[in-house]
Design a protein around this ligand. Structure first.
Ligand SMILES: C[S@@+](CC[C@H](N)C(=O)[O-])C[C@H]1O[C@@H](n2cnc3c(N)ncnc32)[C@H](O)[C@@H]1O
Length: 309
């Protein structure tokens, strides 16, 4: 059995340092990496709630952003599947990285922007952050390992953050990273983390509590991160869960890595809008349907139109 739960999970570290996300989508896509898709409605709903409570748009930091997938999904009407299909084209595979980045910039710019929020990317991978900035998915970015303390860009990027979001990153980062971020911030931000069940979120919640944030877990929901890569990974993760006293039935025992949602906010914001009202889980939206009648806003009008997702 593993001592560090990180050793139980397959390592994809080399995917995170390429100059564009083609390999990322090819490998993680082949394992049906789904968590950014499932997190998107939660992040958007939290940003709506923030606007309602605070009367302004949140400035959002994506921790462990990699190539900016969360930013892409948050900002534009696109999905993980659409991106995966895009990069799987033989013609896309043949391009140089420079050509890929130029086309990606044009691709993202060609979509109507759904959200006005400022977005900042933070990741230990300099090429991934550079990509997210170059193609316009984020307004700013820092390549740094916050486990090691504050980088020089700290004031520029972290001091006015209202919301820290993350998917697939806790485990790579610990409470140290959150301590660095919170210590740099002028006001305590909302922290919205999707954390694999195999990792213990309690040390992070304790750190956030020292900065005045109350953490709630959405205890009635679990979110698929991806399929297990192979039997070895499945067995190792099941061993870690057993060690943590967690029952995998109906979750990891179905062959899937599962995450939970933790939301930390100042107590007055929790009181104004408890997590059950902040987050709404709509189960099944990702299934494929025939044409649906969707509501389209055009100016002040709302029209119904058939849409094939
Ligand atoms: C599984 S990927 C998740 C990426 C992205 N959030 C997503 O869901 O598509 C993990 C990311 O964590 C980053 N990472 C690893 N160690 C880190 C650290 N100490 N600080 C910040 N990011 C780190 C990796 O470079 C990688 O981009």
């Amino acid at each position: 059995m593993q001592d560090d739960p990180n050793d139980a999970k397959a390592s994809f570290d080399t995917l995170y340092t390429r100059p564009d996300p083609r390999d990322y989508f090819s490998i993680l896509g082949s394992l049906d990496y789904a968590i950014p898709e499932l997190a998107k409605p939660v992040f958007r709903r939290a940003a709506n709630a923030f606007r309602k409570i605070k009367g302004r748009d949140a400035s959002i930091l994506d921790l462990g952003s990699s190539y900016g997938i969360n930013a892409a999904l948050f900002r534009y009407p696109i999905s993980v599947d659409m991106l995966r299909t895009r990069y799987a084209r033989r013609e896309m595979m043949a391009l140089t990285s420079e050509e890929t980045r130029a086309l990606d910039k044009a691709y993202f710019q060609s979509w109507p922007r759904a959200r006005p929020e400022r977005l900042v990317a933070v990741d230990v991978s300099a090429p991934a952050v550079a990509y997210a900035r170059e193609v316009g998915l984020v307004d700013d970015g820092v390549a740094a390992d916050l486990e090691e303390g504050a980088p020089p860009e700290i004031a520029r990027c972290f001091s006015d953050v209202d919301m820290i979001i993350s998917t697939g990153v806790v485990g790579y980062v610990t409470a140290n990273t959150f301590e660095t971020l919170l210590a740099a911030n002028a006001r305590p931000p909302w922290v919205i983390s999707f954390c694999l069940r195999m990792f213990d979120y309690a040390p992070i919640a304790e750190t956030l509590a020292r900065h005045g944030l109350k953490t709630e877990k959405l205890s009635s929901a679990a979110f698929v991160q991806r399929r297990f890569q192979d039997e070895e990974e499945a067995q190792q993760v099941l061993d870690v869960l057993a060690k943590r006293g967690l029952d995998p039935d109906g979750l990891e025992s179905d062959g899937l890595l599962m995450a939970e949602l933790f939301v930390s906010r100042p107590p007055e914001d929790v009181k104004a809008l408890p997590i059950e009202q902040l987050v709404r889980v709509v189960s099944g939206r990702e299934l494929s349907f025939g044409p649906r009648l969707v509501q389209v806003k055009r100016g002040s009008q709302r029209l119904l139109a058939p849409m094939r997702p």
